[in-house]
Design a protein around this ligand. Structure first.
Ligand code: PLP
Length: 449
């Protein structure tokens, strides 16, 4: 693997380079850094050889290559020593045919990539395994790092805390007070992270963690997605989707977006596969935003002219972000992929998640945003009924039980539980049960089909 190389490069100047193990977040001009790979070295293997290598490692236990991320190590972070890799076999998540839901919304070839079926319950594991592994490598080389920190809308902190704990590296997480789910809050607490609850929103937490980590003497390393190491792991999602379709490319990939690192990462993985000849075309990408946190959608409707907004509270709390860190690179990704941005109201995202659940899914609210966007684009004829569509589900529904409980209690503010299915409460009396069942069988809750 020695012949493969990767480094940080300035977005606006590819000759400004830094090793991946240097503590550096911005280029000299203040822009983001991106991970670049030695493409000439990667091209020395043919597309067929790469496919074969990736297939031979897929979902095996041979450490660390059974991880969906580290099975693609040469494309992700080739120079890290295997003994420094911190992995919980993230990736390799199921991609399943959502047959009944697809039929219901009028697009039969609909698939869901369940990235939330992962160690901490969200796709954030894909990036965090790379970042924490590089930190472990840096520490083994004697770099003065004492802790790793992030601001988070919930899932990033859960992933950082778990991977840090697995490696024995202290972690610090900044959370907007009252704006993450209970499950998300308890994860970093359980893993022993220092949890700081700030009376602000995500954007406010982000400003604080940037200031704290900007001091080079702090010994605190920044783990937010402006740190492009995470993108390298997250970019495997598009590669996995192609691999799971035997290297065929779907027509559309729909992904929810907040800070927009994942939209960029999806495109980056797809482009790398295309450049190395593993796939022969690119899909179109739809980024789906909550109407209450829609700066990218507004830019899309305004000839890609962007201005930050103050995001309003949304059930899709992990994407309640008004000034996304990766806005520029997400816009250029969408331009390269003939992309579209669609938005979903609170009612639309909650109903879309509930409808999907009624066909056996268990959608988190962010996945609800992506499903609602898909429904709208099918209804408008932009996604054709015969197209193959993959919806990226970003977190496990079980992390958002409160959202589902309140929907089915019909107690969400400003959202009607259209498909609410509350329990029938009865005394311990078999006749009462018989009567209730007879009533229910005669007039079942509107079946979805
Ligand atoms: C982080 C997150 C997102 C948004 O990803 P970005 O890279 O910030 O756009 C979407 N859904 C869930 C569940 C998340 O945790």
């Amino acid at each position: 693997m020695d012949r493969y190389r990767a480094w940080f490069a300035a977005q606006d100047n590819p000759n400004e380079r830094y090793p991946l193990t240097e503590v550096v977040y911005y280029s000299q001009s203040g822009g983001l850094l991106e991970v670049s790979h030695d493409m000439a070295a990667l091209r020395q293997r043919s597309a067929a050889e790469w496919r074969q290598l990736f297939e031979s490692r897929w979902m095996r236990t041979s450490w660390p290559y059974g991880s969906g991320v580290w099975g693609k190590k040469e494309w992700v972070c080739p120079e890290i020593a295997d003994e420094n890799i911190v992995s919980m076999f993230e990736g390799g998540t199921n991609l399943f045919w959502a047959e009944r839901f697809g039929r219901e919304i009028g697009v039969e070839d609909l698939w869901i990539k369940l990235c939330g079926n992962s160690h901490t319950g969200s796709f954030k594991d894909l990036g965090m395994t790379v970042l924490v592994s590089v930190v472990k490598q840096m520490m083994s080389e004697g770099k003065p790092i004492r802790a790793v920190a992030c601001a988070s809308t919930g899932d990033t902190s859960a992933a950082l805390a778990a991977y840090g704990a697995a490696a024995g590296i202290p972690t610090i997480v900044f959370l907007p007070k009252g704006k993450v789910s209970t499950a998300q809050l308890v994860q970093p607490i359980a893993h022993g992270a220092t949890v700081i609850s700030i009376d602000s929103d995500f954007d406010g937490c982000m400003r604080i963690v940037r200031d704290v980590t900007a001091d080079p003497n702090s010994g605190i390393y920044l783990a937010n997605s402006l740190n492009s190491l995470r993108i390298e792991g997250q970019k495997t999602v598009g590669i996995e989707i192609a691999q799971q379709f035997d290297w065929q490319v779907p027509d559309w990939i729909v992904i929810p977006g907040g800070n927009l690192g994942n939209t960029f990462a999806l495109g980056k993985g797809l482009r790398l596969m295309h450049e190395l000849g593993l796939i022969d075309r690119l899909p179109r990408i739809v980024c789906a935003q909550a109407e209450h946190a829609n700066p990218l959608y507004r830019a899309f409707c305004n000839d890609w002219h962007y201005s930050p907004i103050a995001a309003r509270p949304t059930l899709a709390s992990a994407i309640q972000i008004g000034d996304p860190v990766s806005i520029k690179r997400a816009i250029s990704t969408l331009q390269q992929f003939d992309g579209i941005v669609e938005q979903a109201s609170e009612q639309e995202l909650a109903d879309a998640a509930a409808r999907a659940d009624r066909t056996g899914a268990y959608a988190c609210p962010h996945t609800g945003v992506a499903l609602a966007a898909t429904i709208k684009l099918v209804n408008r004829g932009i996604i054709k009924r015969s197209d193959r569509v993959v919806v990226v589900s970003t977190a496990h529904g079980l992390k958002f039980s409160g959202f589902k409980v309140h929907y089915h209690e019909n107690s969400l503010r400003d959202v009607v539980g259209t498909f609410a299915n509350p329990p029938i409460e009865l005394p311990a009396d078999v006749d009462a049960v018989r009567r209730a069942l007879a009533q229910r069988m005669d007039a079942p809750v509107a079946p979805s089909r």
